[in-house]
Design a protein. Sequence first.
Length: 434
Amino acid sequence: MAETVDAVVVGGGVIGCSTGFELARSGLRVAVVDKLGGAGQGSTSASSAIVRFNYSTLDGVVAAWESKHCWERWSEHVEATARDGLVDYVRTGVVFLDVPQAPRDRVLPLFDQVGVPYDEWGAAELARNIPAVDTGSHWPPKALDDEAFFADAVAHLGGLHTPDGGYVSDPQLAALNLASAAEKRGTRFFFNAEVTDVIRSGGRVQGVRLSDGTTLSAAVVVNAAGPWSGALNQLAGVGSEFAIRVRPMRQEVHQVAAPAGYHQSGAPGPVIADLDLGTYMRAEGRDFLLVGGTEPECDPLEWIDDPDRADLRATVPLFNAQVTRAARRLPALRVPSRPSGIAGVYDVADDWTPIYDRTDLDGFYVAIGTSGNQFKNAPLVGRLMTTLVHEVEAGHDHDTEPVHHTCEHTGHVINLGSFSRKRPPSESTGTVMG
């Protein structure tokens, strides 16, 4: 069977669904292909779905700030109503605890330039505003079996509070909302469909071939395949020109009962980004807490070769390490004897900054290396990729003169060269925090 469309998006996660929706909204005939059984069933479903603005680059902050406005206007964004079963944006605020790895003076000028509201808290203000928190500083993070792990605090720390941050209530549902919006715009979805070949001719992509023999002919193919993106790039014969490489990495997020004092007045407590101990926490409703890691140097990173063979169950050692770290910050938190949580596989870029770009194969684009921190930007990424595709297909030389995108809600302009495959490594924290 053969079908012809204008664009094929490979990957039905939140990034792929957003890209499929925006390309269709721009007037293209679009097909979205995913090897799994439905939208958002891969790494999207394992996301903590945190919306924060602390990034190391101006374009990173702008993208997160613009995306926040999309989440706040979600029904408008996906052209639906609450009756359609939409996700909620839960505005809890985010507290980024002070740490030498990400000093305030690096991000505050960016916040001022973009217009992100913030509060600077000292240790006393941190303790007053979040009574559950122990303000002790333990930098640098240490492994659980290090004798110094339980040493007394050497100082006390404050934090940078952004009141507009929070989280999206259900990451997989967000992908489903975008998929539904894309379908209403005419996008066709091919699930349980693996790409076995990227068809090329004369230095240009011509489409893809699926495992069931279906051929989707298209002048544009977008790689949004998450942890499978490297394999798809190999099929397309691209990647040798990339200055930034991507690799699949397994990560875990754990769920525990929220401690006393974290939730206040019946409202979910704030997101806490704690690079001082190597963890982060966010509310899961009013009764639970999600706990993840920030890849401290004392912990080995779990790179994997085959995402399909990753064990997606929580493990005892990592659960104990991450939840015990969280319990140092929230002393009322209890560490259960059995792990509870999930694992996911993320497509991690060398500098933890995504690649949203064209490639040396004309018509073949990438939205990859999302590094576990780009869920928040998914509504915008579809628009960035659509702008990029239309400009480059019209003859714009993006590699020489980067395409710029004007944000709908904030009016800020994003230089897509910041997400180039050929860029020098970004000056990030070197962690999921970006």
